[in-house]
Ligand binder design. Structure first.
Ligand code: HEC
Length: 181
């Protein structure tokens, strides 16, 4: 009886190890043979795409949960607006402005931010801009921008939903006109 149990558990152990070895062999084969298509014209299978998107959402929400946003001032919004047009508009567009032509070839596609910002809280936008999103074209701005600049960008991004094209254009003029409306 005792030795039967032992046989059974060592059988299971062999099965588990065998499965692990087999998956490792499949993994290494994919890595070395080029069987996996890395083209940016081929999206992931729907299940993998769903898993990646959901992982991004929960990962950002968790990591950003302890960040305290400052009060947003008119100056922050206006300097953030200028910076947004220099750093983000190519990929994300803006009210009345389409993303650059080359940005249409990025996968996953950078979303038109005015349409999706309402899904995110300010602390999450701050986190995304500071740290970027690995394995996507979303850059980390933390290495080149201090927290104050990133909060200014965030303050501006939070104003995007419902902003008119005319108001958006005023931020690019590099003067304080945007603050007077
Ligand atoms: C080179 C292209 C590129 C630039 C420049 C860029 N982004 Fe992104 N961004 C992306 C891509 C691609 C995603 C989608 C990532 C994903 O879904 O995995 C993204 C996602 C985001 C998101 C999350 C939106 C969502 O629902 O997916 C925010 C917020 C964001 N970017 C803000 C910014 C801001 C602010 C800037 C400028 C400081 C910026 N990005 C510059 C490519 C870019």
């Amino acid at each position: 009886m005792k030795s039967n149990k032992k046989h059974l558990s060592s059988g299971i152990a062999i099965g588990v190890v065998g499965t692990l070895v087999a998956s490792a062999v499949v993994g290494v084969t994919i890595v070395y043979t080029g069987a996996y298509n890395v083209a940016a014209t081929e999206d992931h299978q729907p299940l993998a795409r769903w898993a990646l998107e959901t992982t991004m959402k929960t990962s950002v929400a968790d990591r950003a949960s302890s960040i305290e946003p400052p009060e947003f001032s008119v100056q922050m919004i206006s300097s953030g607006g200028r910076e947004y047009q220099a750093m983000c508009q190519h990929c994300h567009g803006g009210p009345g402005v389409e993303k650059s032509e080359w940005a249409r070839g990025i996968l996953p596609q950078p979303p038109h931010l005015p349409d999706v910002v309402t899904e995110w809280q300010a602390r999450e936008v701050f986190w995304l801009v500071k740290h970027g999103v690995r394995m996507s074209a979303m850059p980390a701005f933390g290495p080149t921008h201090d927290d104050e600049q990133i909060w200014a960008l965030t303050a501006f991004v939070m104003q995007l939903p419902g902003m008119t094209a005319q108001r958006y254009a005023e931020f690019g003029q590099g003067n304080s006109a945007a603050g007077h409306h």
